[in-house]
Design a protein around this ligand. Structure first.
Ligand SMILES: [Zn+2]
Length: 172
């Protein structure tokens, strides 16, 4: 095989060892967070724009019906829905109608916001990590593993190991 045509190695993985440790932790949390109900993200496209609201699989039909009512018969053929699972967002994503968590990835900015948030939380016997915490930690760690510098990855690892220890406080 001609190696000259191989794609260049991504420069984003700046700290290979910390990065792998973080991804391992991310997966440990992902496995536990899986039982949290989530949905793919649905959006509505109109002839003018993609509407800013996101919906879950259970709410998109009603949202689409409501939107169609606002448009003239001729325009309705140009209104449709899109679905994505794991699109990148700057923050947590929830259904506009029912609040269900929508499956997304966090951008570099989104990962840093979660890092600040989790730096301030002290888990304890009275405040063990919830499934939602584990879900957000998973997404945070994935984002930082790819975008974070050495200092942020080290902080995320410290937080992750503390949470892992705190999981023993949970009843289940
Ligand atoms: Zn919903």
């Amino acid at each position: 095989m001609d190696t000259d045509v191989m794609p260049a190695r991504s420069p984003s993985t700046r700290t290979p060892i910390g990065n792998t440790a973080l991804l391992r932790l991310a997966h440990a949390f992902a496995a536990r967070a899986m039982r949290l109900p989530t949905s793919a993200e649905y959006k509505i496209e109109t002839p003018r724009q993609t509407l800013p609201e996101s919906y879950c699989a259970g709410c998109i039909d009603d949202a689409l019906d409501a939107e169609l009512k606002k448009w003239a018969e001729d325009d309705r053929a140009h209104i449709y829905t899109t679905m994505s699972a794991g699109a990148e967002h700057d923050g947590r994503s929830h259904c506009h109608k029912c609040g269900l968590m929508l499956d997304c990835r966090l951008s570099e900015y989104g990962g840093e916001i979660e890092l600040i948030r989790f730096s301030a939380i002290r888990f304890s016997r009275h405040r063990p990590p919830s499934d939602a915490d584990l879900y957000h930690l998973w997404k945070m760690m994935e984002s930082l593993a790819y975008h974070g510098d050495e200092r942020k990855i080290a902080l995320a690892l410290r937080i992750g190991r503390r949470v892992l220890a705190a999981l023993t406080w949970r009843e289940d």
